[in-house]
Structures are given as C-alpha cells and as structure tokens.
Design a protein around this ligand. Sequence first.
Ligand SMILES: *[C@@H]1O[C@H](CO)[C@@H](O)[C@H](O)[C@H]1NC(C)=O
Ligand SMILES: *[C@@H]1O[C@H](CO)[C@@H](O)[C@H](O)[C@H]1NC(C)=O
Ligand SMILES: *[C@@H]1O[C@H](CO)[C@@H](O)[C@H](O)[C@H]1NC(C)=O
Ligand SMILES: *[C@@H]1O[C@H](CO)[C@@H](O)[C@H](O)[C@H]1NC(C)=O
Ligand SMILES: *[C@@H]1O[C@H](CO)[C@@H](O)[C@H](O)[C@H]1NC(C)=O
Length: 537
Amino acid sequence: MRWLSKAIPALSLLALQALAQDSTTTSNPTSTTTVNQAYTTLLSDSLLFYEAQRSGQLPANNRVPWRHDSALQDGSDNNVNLTGGYYDAGDYLKFTLPMAYSMSIVNWGAIEYFQGYQSANQDGYLRDMVKWGSDWLIQAHPQPNVFYVGNGDVDNNYWGPDTNIPTPRPSYMVNSTAPGTDVAALGAAAFASASYLFRNRFNDSVYADTLMQHGISLFEFAETAQPQQPYTKSIPAIAEFYQTNTVQNQLVWGALWLYRATGNQTYLTKASNYFDQFKLGSVDITPMDWSDQSGGVFVLGSMLDTTTDKYKVAAERYLDALTQGQSPCSFTGGGLLWCGQSSASNSLIPAQDTALLALLYSPINSDKGSGYVKFALGQINYMLGNNPMLTPYVVGVHMNSPANPHHAGASGGTDIGNINTSPPTEEYVLYGAVVGGPGQDDLFYDVRDDWQQSEVALDYNAPFQGLVAYQLVTNASDPPYTTITQPRPAIKKPFPKWAIAVIVIILLLILVALGLLWWKRRRIAEWRHRRNQKQNW
Ligand SMILES: *[C@@H]1O[C@H](CO)[C@@H](O)[C@H](O)[C@H]1NC(C)=O
Ligand SMILES: *[C@@H]1O[C@H](CO)[C@@H](O)[C@H](O)[C@H]1NC(C)=O
Ligand SMILES: *[C@@H]1O[C@H](CO)[C@@H](O)[C@H](O)[C@H]1NC(C)=O
Ligand SMILES: *[C@@H]1O[C@H](CO)[C@@H](O)[C@H](O)[C@H]1NC(C)=O
Ligand SMILES: *[C@@H]1O[C@H](CO)[C@@H](O)[C@H](O)[C@H]1NC(C)=O
C-alpha cells in the first residue's frame, strides 16, 4: 500500500507531461480508420522477432513454430530459477546488461509513442514482450544485493537448433562483495521504465508496483555496493562479450528513470548531482548503445527536469554534432550516419539510436526540432530501402530483405564449419529482425558468417520499435521499400587486404626467383662462352 500512495502524485504529474507531449505529436488513436499497413507489419514483425528470442518454457500462445522449450536448467548451479528471458543474439547466451538496456529503450519508445502500438493493434503483444523480459529480470534479482548477469563462457561453438543446447550453462551474479554498478543501474532503469509503462499505459498498477520495488532496490545496490565499478571487474568471464568500462552515465540514467517511475524528487536530485560530479555535460560525444547512455541521459533529463537547462544544453550539443555528421561521425555516400568503430561492428545501431533520440528530443526545442526530425526520417528511410542496395535491413518484409541473418535457430544449420552453405537457404524466416547493416561503402553482402553485417540482437530491434511506432503515430506514408521492384544489386566480396598482400608477396618472390635464374643462366652462358673462347684460343 505504501507503493500505491506514492504512485499517485507521480501518476498525475506524469500524466500532465504525457498530455503536453501528446498534443505536439499525435493524432487521435480512436479515429485511425487508416493506419499504414507497412509500418503496422514492421511493428508486428519486430515484436515477433523478440518472441523468437524467448528462452525457457514457452507459453501455449507462442507464435514461432520452430522454437521449443529450452535452457530449462538455467540457474540450477546457484539454486535459482533463471529460466526464461531472451537469448541475446543468434546464439543461446543470455546477458542481463544488453537485455536490460534493450528493455529500457523499447519501454521508452512505447511510453512516448504508445498510440502507434494501439493503432497497429500491437499493444497486447508489446505488453507480453515487456512482461516476458521484466519477469526474467525479477527472477535475476532474488535478493536486494544479488543480481544475475547472464552466462559467459558456455559453448560458443554450438551452432544448431534450440533442442540441443550444450550444458552446463553457468550463471554469474554480482553482489555486495563483487559489485557491478553499471549492470545494476541499467537493471534499475529497465525496471523503472517498465513500471512507468505498466502504470501509465497499461493501467496495471499491481505489476507496476512490483517492478518499481525492484527498481528502487537495485538502484540502491548500484549506489551503495563498494567499490562502484563495472560488473566485468567482478565477472571477467563476460568481459569479452559486454564490457562497458563505465558506471557514471548508467547511474544518471538509472536515477532519471526512477524519478520518472516513482515521482520521488530524491532521484531527480541524485541524477542532477551525479551529472555535475561526473561532468557528463562535457564528455566526448559517443553514439548511444548498450555500453553508454549519455545521449539518453541528455534527452531524458531534458524531458524531466524543468529546473535546469543543463540537460538541454548537453542534448543539443550532442544532437547538433551527430545529426550533422560531425566528429566522431560522418555520413556514408548513401546517407547513413557512420560513427567509426561503433558503426563498423553494426552500422544500424548508431544510426537508429541517434534517430530515436533526435525524435524524442524534437518537441523540446521546436527551432532545432525540425532538423532533428528530418535527420531521423532520413535514417529511417535509409534503413527501409532508400539506399544503394535497395534493401530494407529488416528480415522478411521484401524480396530484397536480408536472407541470411546470423542466427543458429533460424538458419536450420548444424555445421559450425559451414555456416554459409549448410543449408543453402535458411530454413526459417526470422521475421522482423534488424541486421547489423551495411559497410561504410554502403555495400551489404548478406552472408551468414559476416557477424558485423548479418548479426541480429535484442539491442538492434529496440530503437527500431520506437522509430516505427513514431511513424505510426505521425501517420507516415509508406516506407521506401514498398515501391522497390528491382532486385538488390549483385556484388562480389572484394579480396581481403591480407590476401592481396600475400599475392603481391608471392609475385615478388617469383620475380626475384626468375631474376636469380636468369642471372645464373647468364653467368653459366658467359662461363661457357669464355671456356669455348679459351679452348679455341
Ligand atoms: C493517414 O494518411 C493517409 C494518406 O497517406 C490518409 O488517407 C489517412 O486518412 C490518414 N489517417 C489518419 C488517421 O490521419
Ligand atoms: C521457473 O520460472 C519460469 C518462468 O517464470 C516458470 O515458468 C517455471 O515454472 C519456474 N520453474 C520452477 C521450477 O519454479
Ligand atoms: C558474490 O559474487 C561473486 C562473483 O560472482 C561470487 O564469486 C561469490 O561467491 C558471491 N558471494 C556470495 C556470498 O554468493
Ligand atoms: C487506462 O486508463 C485510462 C484512463 O482511465 C484510459 O483512458 C485508457 O484507455 C486505459 N488504457 C488501457 C490500455 O486500458
Ligand atoms: C524517496 O527516495 C528516497 C531514496 O530511495 C527514500 O529514502 C525516500 O523515502 C523516498 N521518499 C518517498 C516519499 O518515498
């Protein structure tokens, strides 16, 4: 009951904020006689992708026929029930940090653009999607100061269906003696954003209260367990997968979401103090992803804290640079935002996350907002077909869609040595999955073992859902791929640089050998000549 009484001021305050935002961006959801069918399908398929990532015992209404109950022993090594949740990517590992991050981004997009889900009739599936992830986070947080962070070094060489996943699957925890500040703060943000969504959009205050209590408790753990440190310091087995190296932006991110979920001013003050203490306003500009939520902090802080303009200053510095392709980013020839190494390993992540932040911020400063929206629509259109490959980078929506997402279960293959060709055509279509994306040359090879371009993951689809929901809210016209009738241009993978170097070296060696041979022959010829001359003489 304590929770209920606390929730009421939060609810009314935030309802006002929601109203204020809604009036700037939305049309009336009840009068949507025509909703865009392509965006409706994209939203529905993206949710279906998350369904295909479900681990544990699947419910009777599972819509993905090739998925089975799996990993039913998870947590047994520590006597906790860690079955359920979502597999991270194309393998069968579960990682709390990127999963919690993805949940918070899905939740944020859903909170702001809920009418998009409603008009597409996807709000029920959204609810199931968020609950499936949040229920697992609850299981992963069995005590105030214990948080399970996933599996690490299980057999990463397994490539096959979900019916034969290798065991054992060790589960790792952070706790008071082995803290993980980043993962705890991100977990708190996931709980708090889900709590807000369930309370204010699904009208489910019972579940919202449970989520809020976990968020409060986990944030307290993040703040109090000493030393404050990235969780991979405690769990080196996960360092090769998801290592953030920071705790600062995560603490502010967590505090802001807790303020939003609880309405408790203490969290807004904490966020503000941390923001100053860590000098977040002047950090190097980095595109947002699972490892860094600074951009999210700037935009969310601008929405929530009306007592200061420091978040807005930071948000505009950030968005001005990124939306104009300034350092550390630029644009590809085809117009995709390109941010160095972070784009090289999955180009659609910086592009989508920046686009989502640009849209979320746009109503806050209408002068700059139109430019931010223009940038975001450009990135959305690029990823949905307006690119040199004529390819929507979403599986299963068009003949040019990626056909070879890096996903063991969907591929139907069992031979890790022959991922690309066994079988030649993927057995199942992984509907709705966003792939890593094209290279800096805008080229996309659609090859299964090319994880940079073809990998899929929870965090690739998280901003996508917000972008699509926005398009539904604004009743956007058809995405570019709907009018593409030409096949994707055929391209061949260029020789890798090392192969070219080897060929050049071999050619040089052959030349040297030929030269030596020629030189030796001349010497012999000369010698013979001299000898003949001597004899004749
Ligand atoms: C959405 O846009 C289409 C035209 O693209 C229009 O026919 C339809 O009435 C619009 N729907 C709403 C709800 O505004
Ligand atoms: C473990 O948790 C899952 C998911 O919440 C649930 O379906 C299952 O019944 C639980 N198993 C046990 C043994 O409690
Ligand atoms: C705390 O976490 C560390 C790292 O996972 C683990 O080695 C240790 O056993 C845990 N402590 C307790 C009391 O469970
Ligand atoms: C939640 O309650 C509000 C106010 O009573 C109502 O307008 C809205 O339709 C409800 N939403 C859902 C998803 O039930
Ligand atoms: C607000 O949060 C702080 C920190 O968790 C807590 O000590 C305080 O009791 C909360 N205030 C209310 C009104 O719940």
